[in-house]
Design a protein around this ligand. Structure first.
Ligand code: PBG
Length: 327
């Protein structure tokens, strides 16, 4: 103790001073809740590997959207689970497809009270589970997929969505979607680009939630977890193509990537705390091995501290409630 006057612990001595000097706060307005809706369901159904997350019926989705708005979340990201699938994922483009119907339902219910977003990808709608259409020899055909994404974007915008989230990692997807939206008179619909998306094992439980048909993997279009510089190239391209916001996904195992992306661009940066991140915490908490609420808030704070302004998380509604009690 040669310098007794320098004592960092003075600013930790009680809750009041800790609150005063806290560098990072998570605001419910910056949380986005992903929601699943399944065609043909009359009652919501639990997803075994995502305890607390539901596959909604159209009715229960509307109610959940209202609850999310009441909790103060900043947005809702919609995913559709169709009853039938085909080679080209035509259910994503059909105005009567489950995701487009759900967008209409949610917009009718909550209007502009929160930001309504939709996943723009074919994997939930294709019989083979890939994010794009296939060539005759089974490879994912980048440019043929872009044509489908353009149509899907317009269908979602026609349904009233505020923001589309192209998540298929095809080259050029943001530019194609932006042009298609503009050509259809949807200049106001914004694009949240899944700019950085790794071929991650952490997506496992999501694939249960959407009953994914995928066999094999997505390594020819999603990124290698080993790469950071590649992410900065992806982000630069997406911003140049007209992305209004960019996202990094998954979140917690990639905080270095979040920080680097934050430093590289001026558009809002989002991070997606994915299904496997959620499932790990829920499983450990269910065993009594960690304190569930503290862990949830710590993960969100860490993602925020790394530089993500917006966080997609399955805990959004609960976390919004917890945060209101806290501040
Ligand atoms: C693709 C998509 C995926 C997720 C969001 N959008 C799955 C994938 O790429 O396989 C994963 C989200 C999560 O794990 O929570 N439509």
């Amino acid at each position: 103790m040669s310098y007794p006057e320098i004592r960092p612990r003075r600013l930790r001595r009680n809750a009041a001073v800790r609150r005063l000097v806290s560098e990072t706060r998570v605001d419910p307005a910056e949380l986005v809740v992903p929601m699943f809706v399944k065609e043909g369901l009359t009652e919501p159904r639990a997803v075994a590997s995502l305890p607390g997350v539901l596959q909604h019926s159209r009715d229960s989705l509307r109610k959940a959207a209202v609850e999310a708005v009441q909790a103060g979340v900043g947005g809702i990201m919609l995913f559709g689970v169709p009853a039938t699938r085909d080679e080209t994922g035509s259910g994503g483009i059909d105005p009567d497809g489950i995701l487009n119907v759900a967008i209409r339902d949610v917009i009718a219910e909550v209007g502009d009270a929160t930001v309504v977003m939709s996943d723009l990808c074919l994997d939930e709608f294709t019989s083979h589970g890939h994010c794009g259409v296939l060539t005759p020899d089974g490879a994912v055909d980048n440019d043929a997929t872009l044509t489908e994404y353009a149509r899907m974007a317009v269908a979602q915008a026609d349904a009233g969505v505020h923001m589309v989230g192209p998540s298929g990692m095809m080259d050029g997807q943001v530019g194609v979607v932006r042009r298609a939206l503009d050509a259809a008179g949807h200049q106001d619909v914004s694009v949240l680009a899944y700019a950085v998306k790794y071929a991650s094992a952490f997506f496992g439980p999501f694939r249960d939630a959407v009953e994914s048909a995928l066999e094999g993997d997505r390594r020819t279009y999603q990124q290698d977890p080993a790469n950071l510089r590649e992410s900065l190239r992806e982000v630069e391209l997406d911003v140049a193509e007209g992305a209004d916001m960019v996202m990094v996904k998954p979140a917690l195992p990639y905080l270095d990537v979040v920080a680097a992306v934050r430093a590289a661009v001026d558009v809002p940066v989002a991070a997606y705390q994915v299904s496997g991140e959620y499932a790990m915490v829920e499983a450990a908490a269910a065993n009594g091995w960690i304190d569930r609420e503290r862990t949830i808030l710590e993960t969100l704070t860490s993602i925020r501290r790394a530089g993500a302004q917006i966080i997609l998380t399955y805990w959004a509604v609960e976390a919004a409630q917890l945060l209101r009690q806290r501040y």
